[in-house]
Design a protein around this ligand. Structure first.
Ligand code: BDR
Ligand code: CA
Length: 312
């Protein structure tokens, strides 16, 4: 097995579950975190780009943080402050950033790194896909230089923001459509799998018992997630964004189905819906590895073990 670290960019809108994904990526021994690119989503861009640096500071890691889009390609900005708090991190005591924002825009950093790694760079995307949409519009040859995009977004069943749509896709359906049409290999971790990748209070106790500031922060965000997801009948806190990061790290924990995914941009009640074609008569050419299930207990073990690196 190769001991070389894999180059990765985390494109995100922290956000409490993005924050846990950052903690997982920052110290993952097999990853070279080239940059964290921030986008408006859960809260505004000023907060997401600051929160990315706050969480990296909590992790004790300095990686370039580049700000990207302050809103979607079209339409109104959608936020989720009611879930993540006005500051995006529930007002929890996270340190102030120990380093400044990079002057480079997110899309330029994505392209520059993709060119530099000549096809080896992966993007894990856990927010609205606007930064990638702008990068694809600005740099037509970007697809040839990206290994894959593992994204948290969408759902084959129900939505969590509208009846039809999941938050990240609903927040910028046009950009999401560009990503699925780009020809870049896409792995989609939607609500179908993230609602199965949950931590119960007992699981969260294990995380908290790690006793580090990083683990205590993660556990606090998770406890809040349990209460927030009762209405979805999830018996714990779904690890939406950590799921995408753990797929990038440990794909054997997951089950996938190759199929076509497109994004509805025009529907009056279905805008932002991911439409999945696995079984139709005129089955479309697959463009996505759809993550359909997770081995929950080993997933919880892996997540806990990866947060335990902060103890050492
Ligand atoms: C997604 O929406 C955001 O609120 C979370 O950070 C996650 O990326 C879940 O639908
Ligand atoms: Ca997110």
């Amino acid at each position: 097995m190769s001991t070389e670290k894999r180059p990765v960019i985390l494109d995100c809108d922290p956000g409490i579950d993005d924050a846990v994904a950052i903690l997982l990526a920052a110290r993952a021994p097999e990853l070279d975190l080239r940059a964290v690119t921030a986008v408006a989503g859960n809260v505004d861009l000023e907060h997401t780009s600051r929160n990315a640096r706050r969480v990296l500071t909590l992790a004790g890691v300095e990686a370039p943080v580049c700000a990207g889009a302050a809103g979607p390609l079209f339409g109104p900005t959608v936020t989720a402050g009611e879930v993540h708090g006005a500051d995006g991190l529930l007002g929890l005591p996270v340190p102030e950033p120990a380093f400044p924002l990079s002057p480079e825009p997110a899309w330029d950093a994505l392209y520059r790194e993709a060119r530099a790694w000549d096809g080896a760079l992966e993007v894990v995307a856990t927010g609205p896909l606007t930064n990638l949409g702008v990068a694809l519009a600005k740099y037509a040859d970007l697809p040839r230089y990206l290994r894959r995009i593992v994204l948290m977004g969408g759902a084959t069943a129900f939505g969590n923001t509208t009846p039809a749509a999941e938050f990240n896709i609903y927040a910028d359906p046009e950009a999401a459509g560009m990503v699925f049409r780009s020809g870049i290999p896409v792995v989609m971790c939607g609500l179908d799998v993230t609602h199965r990748a949950y931590l119960t209070h007992a699981d969260i106790d294990r995380v908290e018992a790690l006793g580090t500031p990083q683990a205590r922060f993660a556990a606090d965000t998770m406890r809040c997630g349990v209460a927030q997801h009762e209405r979805f009948l999830v018996p714990g806190a779904p690890m939406h964004d950590p799921c995408a990061m753990l797929y990038a790290l440990e794909p054997a924990l997951f089950t996938t189905l190759r199929c076509w995914v497109g994004v509805e941009c025009h529907g009056t009640i279905t805008r932002g819906r991911t439409v999945t074609d696995a079984y139709s008569d005129a089955k479309r050419e697959p463009n996505t590895e759809l993550v359909t299930d997770v081995d929950r207990e080993p997933f919880v073990d892996a997540l806990t073990a990866r947060l335990a690196v902060y103890s050492g």
